[in-house]
Structure formats: structure tokens, C-alpha cells
Design a protein around this ligand. Structure first.
Ligand code: PEP
Length: 252
């Protein structure tokens, strides 16, 4: 089994000094272990400070977003070259907040994903259904479309460099996580879909669950072999609750 991958998405939280304190708090309590890979995704302005602090640790640096172009007249945007230079290994693409607040389409997400890979970084592609789509039994259909369009044009080699984060929109930031059965069922569906479309051994794809993961539910979620890690929002903003999730990823 590949190491469980735990990613903390700090969203638009933490000043630079708060970001440094959070990393120092994680480093104080976190005991690296081969069964867990860890990454943090601070805001753009904190990337450099965090990069310096984690440079000699096994913690990876992730960005929350990227522009698909290398450079140009794109005011307010950050290019993959800039992320690479600051030390990012991973980039989150297609987060539900990017899709629904900022109107990102599957085709834009696909361009970003290609840009990330082109610059030697690893994308974390987020997919997930709305509550009304789940209630209408559309979950698999919605996610297959997001995968098909978001991953379009990828070779099977590149696909194996992508981590998928299943994040049901109704579970993000609501305190109502999916049950382990709900998440495992969708993860299995994602694997079957990718195996059929790309003819790969989909057991090799890392599929993370995200949506109200906490120290209270992570252990149960990690019991499923379908769940290869977690994308954590709120609970990663405090070093104790984040380290608790990391510890559960080791031992569960
Ligand atoms: C997220 O934003 O990716 C997320 C999962 O947030 P939360 O853990 O707060 O639901």
C-alpha cells in the first residue's frame, strides 16, 4: 500500500507569522513515519516562509491554485514556474471553492493540471458532487465527467502522478463528513472508471477523502483501504488537530 497522503489546505487563512507558528507547531509534535506523506498548502504569500521552515523536513509544500500559463499579462495570477521556484511539490487544482466561487470549468482545470505536470509538480485534482446531485443518484455521473474532462489528454504515466481528492461539496466546511461507506463507494467507482478509461492498475492511484475530516472521524475513514489519505481544511489550521489526524493515518 502506498503511504497515506495527508494534505492541509489552509485556504485564505493565516498571516505569514501565523503560518510560521503553525508550521513550528506541526514540527514540534509530528513524528515522521514511512506510512504517511504530509504536505501543507499555505496561501501564496506564505509559501516562501513555509518553504524555508520545512526545507530540511519530510513535509512537502503545496499550492492551492495556479495559472495555466508560464508568464504573461495575467494580473493577480501565479504561474507554475513561480510555484516551482518557491519549492512547491504539489498543486491543488479544481477545489470546489475554485469551481463554484470563481467559476473554474473542467477545461480550465485540465489546462492547469497539464501545466503543473509540465513543470514537474504533482497535481491534486479535487472532484465532488453537490447534495442535490447525490440525492438524485447522480454522484458517479458527476464525478466521472469531472475526471474525464479534468484528466483529458493525460498519458497513463502522467495519470499515476495525479492524486485525486474526493470532496463532496456538501461535506466541505459543514461538519458533516461523508461516512466511510459513502466515501469508499465513490473511491471504488473512481478507480473502476480510471482503470477502464486509462487501462491502468488503479490501485496505484492515490484517492484522498476531503470534507470535514477531523481527529474524531479520521481513524474510521482510514480503516477503509479505498481511502489513501485526506485533504483537510478547518482541522489543519490548528497544529494539534492536524497532528492528531496524521497520527491516526499512521496507526489506523
Ligand atoms: C477543503 O476545503 O478541502 C476541506 C476539506 O475543508 P474542511 O476540512 O474544512 O471541510
Amino acid at each position: 500500500m502506498p503511504p497515506r497522503f495527508i494534505v492541509g489546505n489552509w485556504k485564505m487563512h493565516k498571516s505569514i507569522s501565523e503560518a510560521e507558528s503553525l508550521v513550528n507547531g506541526i514540527l514540534k509534535h509530528y513524528q515522521p513515519h514511512p506510512s504517511v506523506e504530509l504536505a501543507v498548502a499555505p496561501s501564496f504569500v506564505s509559501l516562501q516562509a513555509v518553504s524555508r521552515l520545512i526545507a530540511s523536513t519530510p513535509i512537502g509544500l503545496a499550492a492551492q491554485n495556479v495559472n495555466a500559463h508560464d508568464e504573461g499579462a495575467f494580473t493577480g495570477e501565479i504561474s507554475p514556474l513561480m510555484l516551482q521556484e518557491v519549492g512547491c511539490h504539489h498543486v491543488i487544482v479544481g477545489h470546489s471553492e475554485r469551481r463554484h466561487i470563481f467559476g473554474e470549468t473542467d477545461s480550465l482545470i485540465n489546462e492547469k493540471l497539464h501545466a503543473v505536470l509540465r513543470h514537474g509538480m504533482l497535481p491534486i485534482l479535487c472532484v465532488g458532487e453537490h447534495l442535490n446531485e447525490r440525492q438524485a443518484n447522480q454522484t458517479h455521473k458527476v464525478i466521472h465527467t469531472q475526471l474525464q474532462k479534468g484528466l483529458e489528454g493525460l498519458s497513463s504515466y502522467d495519470l499515476l502522478r495525479v492524486a485525486i481528492a474526493y470532496e463532496p461539496v456538501w461535506a466541505i466546511g459543514t461538519g458533516h463528513a461523508a461516512t466511510v461507506e459513502q466515501a469508499a463507494e465513490v473511491h471504488a467507482g473512481i478507480r473502476t472508471f480510471l482503470a477502464m478509461q486509462w487501462k491502468i492498475d488503479a490501485e496505484r492511484i492515490r484517492i484522498l477523502y476531503g470534507g470535514s475530516v477531523s481527529g474524531d472521524n479520521a481513524g474510521t475513514l482510514f480503516h477503509s483501504p479505498q481511502i489513501n489519505g485526506a485533504l483537510v481544511g478547518k482541522a489543519c489550521l490548528n497544529s494539534e488537530s492536524f497532528v492528531k489526524i496524521i497520527e491516526l493515518a499512521k496507526t489506523s
